[in-house]
Design a protein around this ligand. Structure first.
Ligand code: AMP
Ligand code: MG
Length: 420
């Protein structure tokens, strides 16, 4: 099994195999990956989906010059000097435009969102007028062309407003809807199978309470990350450390129902680490690499036919961190996301920190936002790769690059904020 990273847990001695950098590993996992296919979804259901094609506006917005205020639509040249007296000849409200034109010396009562009538080019806000019957007098100067939203200032018909590869936010969806799209072309969701191996594992609530039992946790975290990255997830359950049993589940997982098989556990070099042999026996072309990251290290990936395979470590924190670093970018790439991540953010160290070794460290940490907007990060006291209580109490990963020198409080650093 993979060694834990707590002080006190022995590290393997002897000759060290060369480690692959995290960047190189992400590159290998996502190399040549493109979107799986396109489907149409209702705009209301497009949250988090990745746009499959550029999206041109189907309308111009605003569709005409429109008032940004309540007041009077006038000809700017009429109100150069205050007071100016103008005759009110009608009204333009949102959805109910004034049918005529504004001539010299005339005004039209207008409300926010209403079409500015022909002839008028300026809106005098009502606070700057006094009204007596059908006559208004301007009480403060208004510059020409004020308080009018020009036709097409937001977007114009035929011009793309959103681009292929964008993971849609609620704000994007507002824009898509306003551009008059009822359905959106998005990448189909990757179908992911998750399986967990280990003779010690029991499902929550099903154990007998023996000291040798471990209640599974990994698939719950993997499923959460995968779903939030846009995937459909099927949990294939627990598999014993038995080659025949693992092969049977792997065979099913590779049968075409899924685009990606994610395993946790059994990925190292112990006698009971059978995931690699089982995958190979089922015809998976598999690469096993020791990655220069902590927590984690052994990582398997490969594929058979159109099905990809990602083998993550069993230690719960390692499984989760490796999923954030490798699985989430892979799933996003499988949807054509042009920014698959992992998405990092700048921060500052809240405490002094020692120099790092060869492995890129993803330390569980907590953020503290200061009044000036800077985020200050404190690593959790324990960085044990098995401790879920620490993982749950953290709200970000603090990234320590390989061979980073010792740093002091206030130094800049990079983090991956948890969004789950
Ligand atoms: P392995 O990678 O199979 O050697 O497992 C490493 C450690 O992670 C062992 O202590 C396992 O009990 C634990 N582990 C493996 N799989 C899971 C899982 N699905 N949920 C929680 N812990 C696990
Ligand atoms: Mg195991």
């Amino acid at each position: 099994m993979e060694p834990s990273t707590t002080a006190g847990v022995e590290k393997p001695a002897g000759k060290k195999a060369p480690l692959m950098s995290v960047e190189e590993a992400i590159g290998l996992v996502t190399a040549g990956v493109s979107a799986l296919g396109v489907e149409q979804v209702a705009v209301a259901l497009a949250d988090g989906r990745v746009l499959a094609q550029d999206l041109p506006a189907r309308r111009t917005q605003p569709p005409a010059d429109m008032s940004a205020m309540d007041g009077y639509a006038v000809r700017g040249s009429d109100i150069v000097q205050t007071p100016a007296r103008l005759a009110v000849i009608g009204e333009s409200a949102a959805g109910r435009p004034f049918p005529g034109a504004v001539g010299p010396g005339q005004a039209v009562r207008i409300f926010t969102g209403a079409v500015v009538p022909e002839g008028a080019d300026t809106v005098v806000i009502q606070e700057n007028t006094s009204r007596d019957g059908d006559v208004i007098t301007t009480t403060a100067p208004t510059a020409a062309l004020r308080n009018v939203r020009k036709k097409g200032c937001d977007f114009t018909a035929g011009t793309p407003g959103l681009f292929a590869g964008r993971r849609l936010t609620g704000r994007d969806i507002m824009l898509a809807a306003a551009m008059d799209h009822a359905v959106l072309p998005v990448a189909r969701r990757p179908r992911v199978a998750v399986l967990q191996t280990g003779d010690e594992l029991v499902l929550p609530g099903t154990g007998t309470g023996q000291d040798s039992e471990i209640v599974v946790s990994n698939a719950f975290g993997l499923a959460t990350l995968a779903r939030r990255a846009g995937a459909e997830v099927t949990d294939l359950g627990l598999v014993r450390d038995d080659l025949v049993a693992i092969r049977a589940v792997v065979e099913h997982a590779l049968s075409g129902e899924f685009d990606l098989v994610v395993s946790s556990g059994g990925a190292s070099v112990g006698d009971h680490d059978l995931m690699g042999p089982a995958l190979r026996a089922e015809g998976v072309e598999l690469f096993v690499h020791k990655i220069a990251l902590r927590p984690g290290k052994p990582l398997m990936f490969g594929g058979k036919g159109g099905v990809r395979v990602l083998g993550l470590p069993g230690n719960p924190v390692s499984s989760h961190v490796c999923a954030m670093v490798f699985l989430v970018p892979l799933l996003r790439a499988l949807q054509g996301d042009t920014a698959p991540g992992p998405v990092t953010a700048p921060a500052r160290l809240a405490v002094d920190i020692t120099a790092n070794d060869v492995r890129r460290d993803f330390m569980r940490a907590r953020m503290d936002r200061h009044a000036d907007g800077t985020v200050h990060v404190t690593p959790c006291a324990s960085q044990d790769s098995a401790m879920l209580s620490v993982l749950a109490s953290a709200d970000c990963l603090l990234i320590r690059p390989p061979f980073a020198p010792a740093a002091t409080a206030g130094d800049p650093c990079e983090i991956i904020p948890f969004d789950d």
